[in-house]
Design a protein around this ligand. Structure first.
Ligand code: NAP
Ligand code: FE
Length: 369
């Protein structure tokens, strides 16, 4: 057995965990830039908890609340300019993957002049501002990953800034911050988390350690599917989803994602399909493809979720996701070409060919002439 495992983020989970542990921030500095989306930090109650704690601790702060869904490169440079002007010593972010990812790149750009053409190079200096993340969705696991995903116009897709410097210093997981989520975002983000666990498990880079995290994550998330289907999600299920999503983040921090994310980025970039939904639409076709080559791996995965056959899991995805989007043949060809160039595609087990990628899209969406 051989593996490396590195995850330097201190994770604190539980009701009121941020307020109970706020003194930890004192070791990070006296000035904080708070990075959020338009409303999630406010409606979830996280922003009030953060500003309240910072005031009590005499930490000066500014709020940058201009992060949009699927953040752009311009947005992170705007946030970094503010961080530098304010001489921020730490970045705190509350929100879903979009604000948390923007915060990570802002923390990097605040310490280093990186021109946009080198932003995805993976070659950075030795420093980023310390990051404190409070997820308000249970989906991306960004609070424990070294990645930040941005919209990348030049490649007509999304791309990751990836560096161990992006691991947050602290992640505070309080399920109450996810209670204000709409049912739609709750489902899409839960499926994104499930997709991370599944892709990490069916991955060339999977290790014994990441497999255990992935199987546990799948069990946690699948345990909430029945409640999601009945439209009855309580705080207890939200805690399990948040925990499962964090475990899945720990998985992809080791393995990366695979073909599902590579293809899903096009559905988001060109068709504005939500990130988690895009992955969910594609998962069934990808799983049927993997099952042909690695049936024992699929069986293990299904067992951890409490299913016997893959068709049961696929029907559940169909029921949670509802009607499917349309796609043209020209779009099928274009999206497959883009996915074929994505770095994460080669992580897939087995690696799909161009024809396979096109097949996943045809199987997953409704073909329109
Ligand atoms: P998101 O884009 O952060 O948020 C989706 C929507 O939900 C937004 O409208 C947001 O409002 C709202 N929202 C979030 N929390 C809420 C709450 N508690 N109550 C009410 N509304 C709330 O969604 P996400 O799925 O969490 O993140 C997706 C992004 O993460 C994508 O860019 C994806 O590529 C990336 N991602 C990153 C990683 C990683 O490892 N870094 C992994 C997977 C995905 P606001 O507009 O107010 O924020
Ligand atoms: Fe994702």
């Amino acid at each position: 057995m051989q593996f490396t495992y590195f995850m330097p983020t201190k994770v604190i989970m539980g009701a009121g965990c941020f307020q109970k542990n706020k003194e930890l921030l004192l070791s990070l500095g006296r000035k904080a830039l708070i990075v959020t989306g338009h409303s999630s930090a406010k409606v979830s109650g996280a922003l009030g908890d953060i500003t309240g704690a910072l005031s009590e601790l005499n930490i000066d702060y500014m709020v940058f609340d201009r992060v949009m869904n699927n953040p752009t490169i311009a947005c992170v440079y705007e946030g970094a300019a503010l961080a530098k002007d304010f001489a921020a010593e730490m970045i705190i972010s509350a929100g879903g993957g979009s604000p948390m990812d923007a915060a990570k790149v802002i923390a990097l750009l605040a310490c280093e002049r990186i021109p946009p053409e080198n932003l995805f190079s993976g070659k950075y200096g030795k420093k980023a501002l310390p990051l404190v993340l409070l997820p308000t969705t249970a989906g991306t696991g960004s609070e424990v990953t070294p990645y930040a995903v941005l919209t990348h116009e030049k490649i007509s897709s999304k791309a990751s800034v990836s560096s161990p410097l992006l691991f947050p210093r602290y992640a505070f997981l309080d399920p109450k911050y996810t209670a204000s989520l709409s049912e739609e975002v709750t489902i899409n983000t839960a499926i994104d988390a499930m997709s991370h666990a599944i892709e990490g498990f069916l991955c060339q880079r999977a290790t014994h350690m990441s497999d255990q995290l992935a199987l546990n994550s799948m069990a946690e998330i699948a345990g909430c599917f029945a409640a999601l289907e009945r439209h009855k999600i309580g705080l207890d299920e939200r805690a399990h989803l948040l925990y499962g999503s964090m475990l899945a983040g720990m998985v992809i921090a080791q393995t990366g994602t695979t073909a599902v994310h590579s293809l899903g980025y096009s559905l988001t970039y060109f068709k504005q399909v939500d990130h988690g939904r895009a992955n969910g639409l594609l998962l069934g076709a990808y799983l049927r493809f993997v099952e042909k080559a690695f049936p024992e791996r699929i069986a293990l995965m299904l067992k951890s979720m409490g299913y016997e056959r893959l068709s049961e899991l696929c029907s559940l995805f169909d029921s949670l996701l509802g009607g499917k989007e349309f796609i043209t043949e020209a779009e099928v060809v274009r999206y497959a070409e883009i996915a074929a160039k994505a770095k994460n595609l080669t992580n897939s087990l087995p690696v799909p060919t161009m024809a396979d990628l096109q097949g996943f899209l045809r199987e997953s969406l409704v073909i329109k002439d």
